[in-house]
Design a protein around this ligand. Structure first.
Ligand SMILES: *[C@@H]1O[C@H](CO)[C@@H](O)[C@H](O)[C@H]1NC(C)=O
Ligand SMILES: *[C@@H]1O[C@H](CO)[C@@H](O)[C@H](O)[C@H]1NC(C)=O
Ligand SMILES: *[C@@H]1O[C@H](CO)[C@@H](O)[C@H](O)[C@H]1NC(C)=O
Ligand SMILES: *[C@@H]1O[C@H](CO)[C@@H](O)[C@H](O)[C@H]1NC(C)=O
Ligand SMILES: *[C@@H]1O[C@H](CO)[C@@H](O)[C@H](O)[C@H]1NC(C)=O
Ligand SMILES: *[C@@H]1O[C@H](CO)[C@@H](O)[C@H](O)[C@H]1NC(C)=O
Length: 338
């Protein structure tokens, strides 16, 4: 009895021990297995993440793009917002280089009517931003990083970003460094000039007169949005100093030619206000230049001076006499409603 007793009690003890051993070994094996799976997963996860970034980065360049174009494609990472779904949409950089009263305000509103364009206005009209080269470059960095805020800053899906720059706003003085910057960062230059510099001159004088006279109910306006306002501003007919007329016209031509010469090694296009007014296909050329999807561009601005030139100048006879027989005589006759 005793023996069987012990035997009986011993057997379950022994089997319980082996069972425990089996469970322990099983648990250990399971643990190791789970651990190894975990490790494997972590490893493939990080690998996936890594290749994920690579794939994303590569696919940022559209497959159809030509190798030559790739340096012009930028993927800015703004500090102030996330480009979200457009993080892989390339952005191109541009600058409109122009002179006062050459239609650049109108041209810029046309460009900004494109959903993918953000042209931030005349940012270097503020003297502090053009005090020295470093503040000029810093300002451009901010614009091209999409961190510049104006009413024209678009959303995360801008495909072309730029601004408008008058030649007398630090551009000519610092042209060397600016050309280097344009070449390094692949900024495309859009020159916009006016062919009829006599008309431009009248516009400059009238605009400067209005700064003091404030013809529109006491506010000075450089651009208007209604024919009534345009008519009021156009009522002022300046008197031109005929002694200074030709030297001034020559000086403007000279400045424009010099600017093109300075920037000839950058990617650029030269446009004339009159050509755009007369031929809207020119706007297609601009969109093509910026590699934008072609759209119909609109502006609400109304032209101020629509009358024939002879009606816009007080001393027209003097002016006509001064220009007749000179290379600038054509300015007197080019009167295709502009
Ligand atoms: C793509 O990779 C390059 C080089 O590794 C890096 O400089 C660039 O910022 C990456 N672009 C994006 C959109 O992640
Ligand atoms: C450039 O001008 C800014 C102010 O506009 C000034 O803070 C900065 O020190 C100047 N830099 C140089 C190199 O002169
Ligand atoms: C233009 O903007 C639209 C709307 O924001 C966007 O869906 C589209 O991808 C953009 N196109 C380009 C070429 O960036
Ligand atoms: C100027 O003010 C008058 C009266 O307030 C108004 O009738 C007129 O339309 C205004 N003209 C312009 C050009 O804003
Ligand atoms: C035209 O400008 C010159 C040079 O500034 C000046 O000497 C001359 O008096 C001006 N003539 C008129 C009619 O204002
Ligand atoms: C209009 O502009 C386009 C593109 O620049 C040009 O090919 C065409 O000849 C122009 N048409 C006229 C009538 O000047």
């Amino acid at each position: 009895m005793e023996a069987t007793d012990t035997l009986v009690t011993k057997t379950p003890k022994k089997s319980a021990l082996t069972l425990r051993m089996v469970v322990l070994v099983f648990a250990a094996v399971c643990g190791v297995y789970i651990c190894s799976i975990c490790l494997e997963q972590i490893r493939t996860n990080t690998k996936n993440k890594f290749t994920g970034i690579k794939v994303l980065n590569q696919s940022c360049h559209p497959p159809s793009i030509k190798d030559l174009e790739i340096p012009y494609l930028h993927y800015p990472k703004p500090k102030t917002f996330s480009r979200d779904e457009c993080v892989c949409n390339p952005v191109r950089f541009f600058a409109i280089l122009s002179m006062q009263r050459s239609g650049s305000g109108w041209f810029e509103t046309l460009l900004n009517s494109h959903i993918n364009v953000s042209s931030n206005g005349e940012i270097f009209s503020v003297i502090d931003r053009r005090k020295n080269v470093s503040s000029i470059l810093k300002t451009m960095d901010k614009v091209y990083n999409l961190d510049w805020f104006t009413s024209a800053s678009k959303n995360e899906c801008s495909a072309a970003v730029g601004f408008k720059w008058m030649l007398n706003q630090g551009l000519m003085e610092n042209h060397k460094e600016i050309v280097d910057y344009f070449k390094k960062r692949r900024v495309s230059a859009i020159f916009l000039f006016r062919r009829n510099l006599l008309r431009r001159m009248i516009s400059v004088i009238a605009n400067s007169y209005d700064k003091n006279a404030k013809l529109l109910n006491g506010t000075h306006k450089s651009h208007v949005h209604s024919p009534v306002e345009a008519q009021i501003l156009a009522n002022y007919r300046p008197k031109l100093n005929v002694t200074l007329l030709i030297p001034e016209l020559e000086q403007i031509e000279d400045t424009a030619a010099k600017a093109i010469e300075h920037f000839k090694s950058t990617r650029h296009i030269v446009l004339y206000y009159e050509d755009i007014v007369n031929n809207r296909t020119k706007l297609k050329d601009v969109q093509e230049f910026l590699r934008l999807p072609n759209r119909d561009l609109q502006s609400r601005q109304v032209k101020i001076h629509t009358a024939p030139l002879s009606k816009q100048v007080e001393n027209w006879d003097e002016v006509r006499k001064a220009l007749t027989g000179t290379p600038h005589e054509c300015f007197l006759h080019e009167d295709k409603q502009m």
